[in-house]
Design a protein. Structure first.
Lengths: 120, 183
């Protein structure tokens, strides 16, 4: 059985690996988790994205959560920032669209244009 | 919101935004006392007395993206509808504790829902925060410590995102073990 100190050391190591991954990640994905987003289904969207990233063994992306983006009627919202720092904001994302964002945008470099709410 | 685990996610997201590095979620479920108690304690920046006196008003928020802050007031409304209540304790620079009491067998009480999704998604989405989740019932107790994700990574050699499904399943199994009846 590992002690808390062991786990803390492992966490620091994992954090360093994640920081290295963040530097090399081609895409950074943020799921908006304000009250409005959560009520509209953001947790399901986050779960679907994490599941797809895990299943497809995606190595070039980081996923995190963020607060309300100020467009509550468009929730759930997902932002994908690419290597050029250009951010695509998707609106009214479902679990199915979330999986498409991973497979088409993150892995295929093709924006899922029908669900884009905002660019730049 | 359809599940209490979504209200919990919402409140803990506030803790993360308040720069907490440690969040403790305790759920107590006592059939004999007809009580479901949810307590969220963080070591974030805390609130002033003035803000605390206004924060349950849905038209008060510290955010700049919108003029309403629904999370706490929404959770309080749910608690009140089950003859329960929400109590806030906070101190600037120390942290905040939110305690929500609900009548366990009240018709208006929403189900707890997928708490494993809430906890694991938070642990992955906010890596800098150390999450503890403790769940008590009359049949026993379970503890999830987000550091376990890292222990699992070390033991299996898998990546962070590969820990998600096994961790969620583990929480669900542990919850099942301490429940004689589903929430």
């Amino acid at each position: 059985m590992k002690t808390l100190e062991d786990l803390r050391a492992i966490k620091e190591k994992a954090k360093k690996e994640m920081a290295a991954r963040e530097k090399t990640a081609k895409y950074r994905i943020s799921v908006a988790m304000g009250t409005c987003g959560i009520a509209a289904g953001a947790r399901t969207v986050m779960s679907a994205m994490l599941d797809e990233i895990s299943k497809r063994n995606v190595e070039n992306a980081m996923i995190s959560q963020t607060g309300c983006l100020g467009y509550c009627d468009q929730e759930p919202m997902v932002q994908v920032t690419g290597p050029d720092n250009n951010t695509i904001t998707y609106g009214k994302v479902t679990a199915e669209i979330a999986r498409r964002i991973v497979s088409e945008h993150v892995l295929g470099d093709a924006v899922v244009s029908s669900y884009v709410f905002k660019q730049g | 919101m359809r599940e209490l685990s979504l209200n919990i996610l919402d409140i803990i997201t506030n803790s993360v935004e308040a720069e907490a590095t440690r969040v403790i979620l305790v759920i107590e479920e006592w059939q004999t006392r007809n009580l479901l108690r949810v307590r969220i304690r963080d070591n974030g920046r805390g609130m002033s007395d003035d803000l605390m006196s206004r924060v349950l008003d849905p038209f008060v928020t510290t955010r700049t993206t919108r003029s309403v802050g629904m999370g706490l007031s929404l959770f309080r409304q749910i608690a009140l509808s089950t003859d329960g209540d929400l109590v806030l304790q906070s101190a600037l620079g120390v942290g905040t504790t939110v305690t929500v009491d609900l009548r366990l067998n009240h018709l208006n009480r929403p189900p707890l829902g997928r708490i494993s999704d809430t906890v694991v998604n938070l642990a992955i989405g906010a890596l800098d925060v150390h999450f503890y989740y403790i769940h008590h019932t009359e049949s026993g107790r379970m503890i999830f410590d987000s550091f376990r994700l890292f222990g699992y990574m070390e033991e299996t050699g898998c990546g962070l995102y590969q820990t998600i499904v096994p961790m969620k399943e583990k929480i669900q199994r542990q919850l099942k073990a301490i429940h004689s009846s589903a929430l």
